[in-house]
Design a protein around this ligand. Structure first.
Ligand SMILES: [Zn+2]
Length: 168
């Protein structure tokens, strides 16, 4: 089981790892990936504005991810990818992350912004995203269904990747 993640610091590294280990990558199975990284994933009902959390258990040193079980599975996937980003990139900065609505990022810090970008790249890798839009469909709903993410996540990803003035 992987314990040190320096070599896994980017979404691209994680996709390569997932492929290497035979995990689903089209689209990426983030809950399997989290478990492979040694993170326990739990689903619990929460307030709607809460997405999830990632915490290191003091006694055991184990990382526990909790996901809002009442959210749509596509939102849950983004939450899981976001928490994976915290584990991979921010574990040295904090051992507890509590996440509320991701896209209202007016008051979010650099770690939240980075975790959102990381999650979007993990769930919608640039090449796969561009290939889908080029070859299959540029409708937001189709892209969202293919990558199993929310329409909002697709729109933000499209903007980051420079799509402007299309359907997206
Ligand atoms: Zn966060």
């Amino acid at each position: 089981m992987a314990t040190e993640f320096e070599e896994l610091s980017t979404p691209e590294h994680l996709i390569a790892l997932a492929k290497n280990k035979g995990l689903e990558t089209n689209p990426v199975n983030v809950s399997e990936l989290a478990r492979y990284l040694g993170i326990a994933v739990r689903y619990e009902p929460m307030q709607d504005e809460e997405s999830g959390s990632l915490k290191k258990e003091k006694k055991t040193g184990n990382w526990i991810m909790t996901v809002n079980s009442l959210h749509h599975p596509h939102r849950q996937r983004f939450t899981i990818a976001h928490e994976i980003a915290h584990r991979i990139r921010h574990a040295a900065n904090s051992d507890s992350f509590e996440d509320t609505t991701f896209f209202r990022n007016g008051d979010s810090n650099w770690m939240e912004a980075e975790a959102n970008n990381f999650a979007a790249s993990l769930l919608m890798p640039r090449e796969a995203f561009e290939a889908f839009i080029e070859n299959v469909s540029s409708k937001v709903e189709d892209v969202a269904m293919h990558f199993q993410v929310s329409s909002n996540a697709v729109r933000i990803r499209a903007k980051v990747l420079g799509y402007d003035g299309h359907n997206l």
